[in-house]
Design a protein around this ligand. Structure first.
Ligand code: HEC
Length: 144
């Protein structure tokens, strides 16, 4: 957000020094300050406008896209296989988490166990992995 801040400050400094150096000989001090004030005002407006625009972009882009790239095949299955299957494999501890159907039918409790960090027992998931599972379950635990 507000990436333009530094650019704006740079250009402002550039313009102020430009007018101060080149035009002070030609203009009287008052008109030079008028220009500096106008340039400052202009860039403040540009700066705030860019902040407002960026906030809107963030809200439009980040919210729906946060879960869009998460699929069962590419993201969720590998997390479960690497962190859960050693205990929740077939013939292991209930619930079995070896297939999409089995994972989906326990999706709610999988989500709450990983969010509370009760699971994986004797291990841990990164925050990104937990967020991915939450996204996927909230999206309907699809077989995508
Ligand atoms: C080291 C073994 C182990 C690992 C790894 C493990 N679990 Fe478990 N899990 C258990 C045990 C044991 C239980 C039985 C309840 C308890 O002891 O807390 C359990 C229970 C559960 C339950 C049922 C909880 C309830 O009370 O209804 C869920 C859901 C679950 N695990 C999900 C997961 C997920 C998801 C992962 C991987 C991110 C995972 N577990 C990794 C051992 C493990």
């Amino acid at each position: 957000m507000c990436q333009l801040l530094f650019e704006v400050i740079e250009y402002k400094v550039f313009f102020i020094s430009y007018f101060a150096n080149n035009n002070s000989k030609l203009m009287n001090v008052n008109s030079c300050f008028k220009i500096i004030r106008r340039v400052t005002l202009l860039f403040l407006l540009v700066f705030f406008a860019s902040c407002l625009t960026n906030v809107e972009e963030d809200m439009i882009e980040l919210e729906p896209n946060a879960c869009a790239e998460i699929t069962f095949a590419a993201t969720i299955k590998p997390i479960i296989d690497a962190n859960c299957i050693q205990c929740h494999g077939s013939g292991g501890i209930f619930p079995e988490l070896t297939t999409h159907t089995l994972i989906q039918s326990h999706a709610g409790s999988v989500k709450s166990e990983v969010v509370s960090r009760e699971m994986p027992k004797q291990g841990s998931l990164t925050q990104d992995e937990i967020d991915a599972i939450v996204c996927w379950v909230d999206n309907g635990a699809l077989n995508n």
